[in-house]
Ligand binder design. Structure first.
Ligand SMILES: Cc1ncc(COP(=O)(O)O)c(C=O)c1O
Length: 439
């Protein structure tokens, strides 16, 4: 199918894109089904990125399309402030039943960035609500990605996402990242070395004093900066330290949520339960924007004081628990459950791992790492021109029929969870071809 290409690409200021380069040679997607996109010029592209880490059940799922269409006909919008609609409550109950205790409440947002802002605000307000109003500082981590709003870039650890935007949020500190290619290159699953990186949190707490710290936020597996898998014991150690110092631990599961690691959530994979979990993306299979922040009843209950007619948390969005998003999410959860997609780890992760690691030894490759259905191939950067080599790989793969994602000089792979072994083979053979021809 060829679709008409607009003759003016100028007006749309594209996000996180090299606009001038893109507009000279646009890569336009026209349709999608299952594991594939079709480009505007009629070429089929294997989606090795689940869109943008979100289309976990594959594209064009009829059940979601129908649920969304029906919902728009039935109740197109309902305000979420001082009003409600049944599906919001039904979805919240369903989602929280998927989470370990005590994460039994969920606050709805419209994106990962909003989930992060919401979690940070709840953390600070919670400390105040329980009489610990000095606990306001937030601790993030280098190479963390928590979306693009001011709170998220402040606790985040990506220099380019921070340096243009002024003084950011005050009262934030960062732990070092856990990427240690010298000791952990070519790890399969969790790397052996690096549990001690968690101890840096003790040092930071000592510096600021626990009485001033509200929360620590990390991605259990950092996706956007190149699939940085936590070293063995690291998350457990963070949990211990936070508990010891009465500091909230927030896991940002915007990528790891909904099956990416081969378990429903990273909390299941690692067996570590934080006080809050931020989600988005796979919550609706990427079809309708939605996010959710899970929190413990202890946090929720801390707000449920004061007169009953009074609003307890002065926070929320016009589109929180949007009925169409709720319908999309419920249909998505049905697909995940019916097809066992959130637990494909044991069945497929090993195959994916072996396929990826078969690329070891190809030109430019300096590390390969993986966990569940996510993997990364790190390339040696071109001297003085960081990111250029991986971007060239991205363009070459696009020409060869694969849409993948690159970040820095790292190829990141996160196919929809419906991917077949044959499709994994194709993906890896295209990457091998790309690497062999790359300068
Ligand atoms: C861990 C994490 N947090 C937050 C976000 C931001 O999500 P959104 O782009 O939906 O705002 C992302 C997006 O990739 C993410 O990976």
């Amino acid at each position: 199918m060829n679709v008409p290409v607009p003759n003016n690409l100028e007006a749309f200021w594209m996000p996180f894109t090299a606009n001038r380069q893109f507009k000279k040679a646009p890569r336009l997607l026209a349709s999608a089904s299952g594991m594939y996109y079709t480009t505007a010029d009629g070429r089929k592209l294997l989606d090795a990125a689940a869109g943008l880490w979100c289309v976990n059940a594959g594209h064009g799922r009829r059940e979601i399309v129908e649920a969304v269409a029906a919902q728009i006909g039935e109740l197109d919008y309902a305000p979420a402030f001082q009003m409600g609609h049944p599906k919001a409550f039904e979805l919240a109950a369903r989602l929280t039943s998927m989470m370990p205790k005590p994460l039994d409440h969920v606050f709805f947002t419209n994106s990962g960035s909003e989930s992060v802002e919401t979690a940070l605000k709840i953390a600070v307000a919670y400390q105040r609500a329980r009489g610990k109003g000095t606990k306001t500082r937030l601790i993030g981590r280098e190479r963390g990605y928590h979306g693009v709003n001011f709170g998220g870039i402040s606790v985040g650890g990506i220099p380019t996402n921070r340096k243009f935007f002024g003084s950011l949020l005050t009262g934030v500190d960062h732990m070092r990242h856990t990427h240690d290619i010298e000791r952990n290159a070519y790890s399969r699953g969790q790397p052996e070395y690096g549990v001690e990186f968690a101890d840096e949190l003790e040092r930071i707490i000592y510096l600021h004093d626990a009485s001033n710290i509200a929360a620590v936020i990390v991605e259990p597996m950092s996706g956007s900066t190149g699939v940085l898998v936590p070293p063995k014991g690291y998350l457990e150690r963070l949990r211990e330290i936070c508990t010891k110092h009465d500091i909230l631990l927030i896991f940002d599961e915007v990528i790891t949520g909904f099956g990416r690691l081969g378990t429903p959530f990273a909390v299941d994979y690692f067996g570590v339960v934080p006080d809050m979990v931020t989600t988005a993306k796979g919550i609706t299979n990427g079809v309708i924007p939605m996010g959710g922040v899970f929190c413990s009843s202890e946090i929720y209950d801390a707000f449920m004081t004061g007169p009953e007619h009074a609003i307890e948390l002065f926070h929320g969005y016009t589109y929180s628990a949007h009925p169409v998003a709720c319908a999309a999410s419920m249909a998505t959860l049905d697909i995940y459950a019916n097809e066992g997609l959130l637990n494909r780890g044991p069945e497929l992760a090993k195959y994916f791992e072996d396929a990826l690691h078969s690329l070891k030894g190809l030109p430019h490759v300096i590390d390969i790492r993986n966990i569940g259905l996510v993997g990364a191939i790190e390339l040696r950067p071109i001297e003085g021109e960081p990111t250029k080599r991986a971007f060239a790989a991205f363009l070459s793969a696009y020409e060869k029929g694969v849409m993948m994602r690159t970040t820095g000089d790292i190829i990141a792979l996160s196919p929809p969870l419906i991917v077949s072994k044959e499709q994994i083979d194709f993906l890896v053979s295209v990457i091998a071809d790309v690497l062999k021809t790359l300068s």
